[in-house]
Design a binder for this molecule. Structure first.
Ligand code: SAH
Length: 378
């Protein structure tokens, strides 16, 4: 879960009390953790990829991993109620800022503002976490922002790139904690755009892939505010690249499908797609799929996807906390559960997973385990 903590004072503008940054609170309960996990299972596919540095990529010196098993909050961390406190502080401060901007506008600023032109609203995709995956366009926009609204999937490293004078407002949703509703987010975007501010709505990955970006655009456009969308690298592309998995591959997968494991409250069964999705020649990428994954697997297998289809789950992909599990489809849900993966986790299913340079390691581990067992028996 996320907490809000203050940025170092050097990076703050004068009215800084409400400026906050997303931070992972469990980062202080770190234990070294092997990021690659293997399951004992049959494995016949061999990878044509021989990229020798790919394993090292997962063993970078400075990588650290949370201890998923220890939920005890660290004494050094602010209490969880800090978030409510910070958010409560933010709104009055933003209202004051809005008032200042209105007065400034009434006094008359540059030509555009005198004419009453609204500011810009940018819907910006930040990619899956690694700041190097940000586009140059996104970087330019976030450095010039007056107000940045951001949610849970926007990494700290990316928040560090926001210009020092921007006001930051966390609008993410974290179970159990108060946060802004979608309606409040709409109103905030609108109010600031109306006074001529450069408003940036940051979203993890691509804003138009499972990002509710469409709803925000729709609301603002109905109010006469044009929204500029800056695409981001969606988790599927960014994390597939980390794994060395081609989402499509001639002769292996001729299509790729992005699924969500969740649906809106009252919506149709999110797993209804399983029947059409059980295509061995297609790659499936499951977003928000942790809780429904065990039943998705059953349905996919029921509809004809081979149980030994290669699969992978990646938690916090492209960040220093990345963890990866590889397994055949039938075993992946158990593996995810035993490693206690939490959101955000992305799941890949399809023969292309066996093209990852990590897959042979998974296989050879199994082979060596088999050899050990054979040795013990002899
Ligand atoms: N707009 C985003 C997706 C938002 S839905 C995008 O284009 O990527 C949120 C889901 O995306 C998460 O539950 C998870 O399944 C996936 N996701 C996003 N970033 C991720 C990351 N760094 N690691 C693993 N999964 C991620």
């Amino acid at each position: 879960m996320a907490l809000l903590t203050k940025l170092p004072s050097s990076s703050l503008s004068s009215s800084s009390s409400a400026i906050t940054q997303f931070q992972n609170p469990q980062i202080s309960t770190l234990k070294p953790f092997n990021s690659i996990h293997f399951t004992k299972t049959s494995c016949s596919a061999s990878s044509p990829f021989t990229e020798k540095h790919s394993i090292e990529r997962y063993q970078r010196d400075k990588w650290v991993f949370r201890n998923q098993l220890d939920p005890t909050p660290s004494e050094n961390l602010p209490n969880f109620s800090t978030r409510d406190y910070e958010i409560a502080l933010q709104l009055p401060e933003l209202k004051n800022l809005l008032q200042v901007l209105r007065e400034k506008r009434e006094e008359g600023g540059d030509e555009e503002r005198r004419k009453g032109a609204p500011g810009n609203v940018f819907l910006v995709g930040t990619g899956p976490g690694d700041p190097d995956l940000l586009t140059l366009k996104a970087l330019k926009v976030i450095q010039n922002a007056d107000l940045v609204l951001y949610d849970r999937l926007v990494s700290n490293d990316i928040m560090d790139l926001v210009g020092p004078h921007a006001k930051l407002l966390y609008v993410g949703k974290t179970a159990g904690y108060h946060s802004r509703t979608q309606e409040e987010i709409h109103e905030l975007l609108l109010s600031f755009a109306e006074v001529g501010a450069n408003v940036v709505r940051l979203k993890g990955g691509d804003p138009l892939v499972f990002g509710r970006g469409g709803e925000e655009m729709d609301f603002l456009q109905q109010k006469g505010i044009q929204v500029k969308v800056i695409p981001g690298i969606t988790a599927a592309s960014g994390i597939a690249a980390e794994l060395g998995v081609p989402l499509t591959h001639r002769g292996v997968a001729n299509s790729v499908r992005f699924l969500t494991g969740h649906s809106r409250k009252g919506g149709a069964d999110p797993l209804f797609v399983a029947e059409n999705a059980a295509d061995p020649d297609s790659t499936l990428v499951v977003y928000m799929g942790l809780s429904t994954f065990p039943s998705l697997v059953l349905k996919l297998i029921h509809h004809g996807l081979p149980p030994d289809t290669p699969a992978a789950a990646v938690e916090r992909g492209t960040t220093p906390q990345q963890r990866v599990v590889l397994a055949e489809l039938k075993d992946l849900a158990d593996k995810i559960a035993s490693e206690q993966f939490i959101s955000p986790t992305l799941i890949f299913i399809g023969k292309v997973v066996a093209l990852s340079p990590l897959w042979p390691q998974y296989c050879s581990k199994e082979t060596s385990e088999l050899i050990q067992m054979a040795d013990m028996g002899s």
